[in-house]
Design a protein around this ligand. Structure first.
Ligand code: DAH
Length: 365
C-alpha cells in the first residue's frame, strides 16, 4: 500500500468515526481546508516530474474524492441521527385543549341590513346601491328639493369644494339614501321594487346623532299603487323584523318634498326596565307611540324628473334609520358605541358569521 493509500484509509476511518458535526468539521478543515493535509498533497503535484505525476496523480485525486465523499456521508448520517433524536424527545400531547382562535363577529348594523334584505326579498324586493359621493341633483333637485328649499338647510350637508367656476354639478356626501330612488328609476324600467341600505352623512354629532349613520330606503313603482300597499308592506316588514304579531302602526300626515301625500309612521311600544319594547297599541294603558320612519306616495314631479309618465306609474317610498332599528331590537342605548370599534362591545352585541338570517330559521336566530 502506498503512503497515499495509507493516508486515505486512515482519514476515511477517522471521518466515519467522527462523534458529532463539530468533530467532523475539524476533520474537514484538517484535510481539505486551505492548509489541510490533502490540500498540501495536491499542491505537490505541480512540482513533480511528468513521470512522478503520472504515477501519483491518480492516487492523490482518488484520495481527495474519497475524503470528500466520506465527509458527505458522515454529515448525512450525523444530521439524520440528530433529527431522529429530536423527534424521539418531542412529545405531542393530544389531550391538551386547543388554543382558542380569535373569532370576529358580524356588526349589528350589518346583521340588521342582512335581516332587512332577507325580509324584503321574501316580498319580491331587490337590493339596490348608489355611491356615497353623490351629486346635488340626485341628492336634492331631482327629489323635488330645489336650491332655495328650506329642507336643504335641515340636512347639514357636507359639500365638496366646487371644481372650477360655476361647476354644473356640485358633489356632496349623500345626506340620505333617497338618491338611490332617482338612480333606480333612471336606470331600470318599472315595475320597480327595491330597498337601498347604506351609509349617509350629516354634519351632526351628539349621543343620538353621528356624522355618518345608516338608512334603508324602500321604493315601489308600478301601476295602480296606493297607500294601502304602503301600509301593508310596512306592517309586514315590521312584524317580521321585530318577530312579533302585535305590531301596531299609526300613519300621521307629514311633509317630505319627494312624497305626496307624506306620512310619518309611528309604532306602539311600552317601556320595560328602561328598555323600549316595540308592540301593542300606542294608545293603550302603559303604551306610547314612537316615530319610526318617513314614507309616502312618490311625488309625481319626482317620477317625471326621472323620465317616467306619472299618469302611468305610481309608487310609494319610505326611509328608515338602520342604526335606530338595531338599537330598538337589540337594546343598545348609545349610538356612538356603534362606531367606536370597541372589541368588548362587538363581542357582546355582534352576531356569529355562520348564522345567516332567514325567515324560516328565525330572522335573528
Ligand atoms: N330621506 C328622508 C330623510 O333622510 C327619509 C325619507 C322620508 C325617505 C320619506 C323616504 C320617504 O323615501 O318617503 O330624512
Amino acid at each position: 500500500m502506498s503512503d497515499t493509500q495509507a493516508m486515505q484509509a486512515r482519514l476515511v476511518g477517522e471521518i466515519s468515526a467522527a462523534a458529532d458535526l463539530d468533530a467532523l468539521e475539524a476533520l474537514r478543515v484538517a484535510s481539505l481546508g486551505k492548509a489541510g493535509s490533502v490540500t498540501s498533497l495536491l499542491k505537490t503535484l505541480g512540482r513533480m516530474t511528468p513521470d512522478e505525476r503520472q504515477a501519483q496523480g491518480p492516487q492523490i485525486h482518488a484520495l481527495r474524492e474519497a475524503v470528500t465523499a466520506a465527509i458527505g456521508a458522515r454529515k448525512d448520517a450525523l444530521e439524520g441521527a440528530a433529527l431522529e433524536a429530536k423527534l424521539g424527545a418531542e412529545r405531542l400531547d393530544m389531550t391538551l385543549p386547543a388554543e382558542a382562535a380569535p373569532q370576529g363577529s358580524v356588526h349589528p348594523v350589518s346583521q340588521v341590513m342582512d335581516e332587512l334584505a332577507e325580509i324584503f326579498a321574501d316580498m319580491g324586493f331587490a337590493v339596490a346601491t348608489g355611491p356615497e359621493i353623490e351629486d346635488d341633483w340626485r341628492n336634492f333637485t331631482a327629489l323635488n328639493i330645489p336650491e332655495t328649499h328650506p329642507a336643504r338647510a335641515m340636512h347639514d350637508t357636507f359639500y365638496f369644494p366646487e371644481v372650477g367656476e360655476g361647476a354644473a354639478q356640485r358633489m356632496l356626501l349623500r345626506t340620505h339614501t333617497s338618491p338611490v330612488q332617482i338612480r333606480t328609476m333612471m336606470e331600470k324600467a318599472p315595475p320597480i321594487r327595491i330597498i337601498a341600505p347604506g351609509r349617509v352623512y350629516r354634519s351632526d354629532s351628539d349621543a343620538t346623532h353621528t356624522p355618518m349613520f345608516h338608512q334603508v330606503e324602500g321604493l315601489v313603482i308600478d301601476r295602480g299603487i296606493h297607500m294601502g300597499h304602503l301600509k301593508w308592506t310596512l306592517e309586514t316588514f315590521l312584524k317580521a323584523y321585530f318577530e312579533r304579531d302585535d305590531i301596531v302602526l299609526r300613519l300621521r300626515p307629514s311633509y317630505f318634498p319627494f312624497t305626496e301625500p307624506s306620512a310619518e309612521v309611528d309604532v306602539g311600544y311600552r317601556q320595560e326596565k328602561g328598555r323600549r319594547i316595540v308592540g301593542g297599541h300606542g294608545d293603550d294603558e302603559g303604551h306610547a307611540w314612537m316615530e319610526l320612519l318617513g314614507s309616502g306616495m312618490v311625488n309625481a314631479r319626482v317620477i317625471a324628473n326621472c323620465g317616467l309618465d306619472p299618469n302611468e306609474w305610481q309608487g310609494f317610498a319610505f326611509g328608515v334609520g338602520v342604526d335606530r332599528l338595531a338599537m330598538l331590537k337589540y337594546g343598545m342605548d348609545d349610538l356612538r358605541a356603534f362606531f367606536d370599534g370597541d372589541l368588548r362591545w362587538l363581542a357582546h352585541y355582534g352576531f356569529s358569521a355562520l348564522s345567516v338570517p332567514t325567515l324560516s330559521g328565525g330572522i335573528s336566530a
